[in-house]
Design a binder for this molecule. Structure first.
Ligand SMILES: *Cc1c(COP(=O)(O)O)cnc(C)c1O
Length: 338
């Protein structure tokens, strides 16, 4: 579009031309519908409003150096949304419907895919909600699956930049046998107080520890955590972490670079031994962390003392972005040209 300032876009909602929708009724999914409305009309007793039957996804399409649009690992998002649906007893969106919806949403809004070189991309937001009416606590028998898209800038204005985080021991994001491992809105509602406090106190995000022992790092707000030391990529293993597709990709890249990869518990004290630490997710790919402050004890773990992101994080970031923008050969088959 002529007058969008692509390189100044925030990470936020942006009105585009169309969204796509499919309704699950009488046991099956209906035809994909195209809508130009930003509004959905739902029953006042819909289960998404009362009992949290809601799951979402987030992924991106990128305008490459060759002008083509690349979608990154969409099958993983489809699988994850199916897993989320099973986790809170919603109808699963079949992979074929998911794909049709993603492709259609991109095609219909192609003019909003940011040009190559602006640092911006098209964010794709699939949503699945229980729309059937229930007043007793029961899963709905009707669902709406929809996708809207919008151009976004890098999650943090400065792009690949150092951030500070705060350990919030007095809040839990998710319980060990709860819903932390699926992408449902309820987890986010439960994390808002800790996140907003962290923002107010000057941090980019809050780090949550495991809810049971309060010893191990779980997640960095809406992102996974990783640390680097001794040529090893280390990321937490926990039942209450959302399996990040970015993290999964970074693990593969680290292995590809000849590094060791470990998924295991990471104590707060171990932070002192890391050469680099970061948060990862679709929105920012990697946010290298400069400082982690334990809010309870005031203890500070500091990294990147020269003010620069570490070499390993930088390399991983550049490789992953290079694949997404078609600058680096995609030997993993992660991208699909749309
Ligand atoms: C979506 C999400 C992530 C990041 O996952 P990606 O697939 O890499 O975008 C991490 N943590 C939580 C809690 C999430 O909801």
């Amino acid at each position: 579009m002529e007058n969008i300032k692509w390189s100044e876009l925030p990470f936020g909602y942006f009105k585009t031309d169309y969204n796509v929708r499919s309704y699950f009724r009488n046991g099956s999914w209906g035809e994909l519908e195209i809508s130009s409305s930003e509004i959905i009309n739902i029953h006042i007793a819909a289960t998404c409003l009362h009992y949290g039957q809601e799951s979402f996804e987030g992924m991106k399409a990128f305008r490459g150096i060759d002008g083509k649009i690349r979608l990154f690992r969409w099958e993983e998002n489809a699988k994850r949304m199916q897993n989320s649906a099973r986790g809170i007893m919603m109808a699963e969106v079949p992979t074929s419907l998911f794909k049709e919806a993603v492709l259609k949403a991109i095609k219909l809004n192609e003019r909003f895919v940011p040009p190559y070189g602006t640092g911006a991309s098209l964010y794709i937001r699939p949503l699945l909600i229980g729309t059937g009416a229930q007043v007793g606590v029961k899963p709905a028998n009707e669902y709406l699956f929809m996708i809207f898209v919008g151009p976004v800038g890098p999650y943090f204005k400065e792009g690949f930049n150092l951030v500070n985080m705060q350990v919030a021991k007095d809040f839990d994001r998710a319980a060990p046998l709860g819903t932390g491992n699926i992408k449902v809105g309820g987890n986010y509602a439960g994390s808002l107080r800790a996140l907003e406090r962290a923002h107010k106190e000057g941090y980019s995000s809050a780090i949550f520890l495991d809810a049971k022992e309060k010893m191990y790092i779980d997640e960095c707000g809406p992102a996974n955590f990783f640390g680097i030391k001794n040529n090893t990529y280390i990321t937490p293993k926990s039942n209450s972490i959302l399996p990040s597709i970015t993290n999964m990709s970074l693990m593969s890249l680290a292995e590809h670079l000849g590094m060791k990869v470990e998924r295991r518990q990471i104590t707060l004290q171990e932070l002192a031994t890391f050469e680099e630490v970061g948060a990862c997710g679709t929105a920012a790919v990697i946010s290298p962390i400069k400082k982690i402050v334990d809010r309870e004890t005031g203890h500070v773990f500091e990294f990147c003392k020269d003010g620069q992101a570490g070499p390993v994080s930088t390399k991983l970031y550049k490789m992953l972005q290079g694949i997404q923008y078609g600058e680096v050969e995609d030997v993993f088959g992660w991208t699909e040209v749309v």
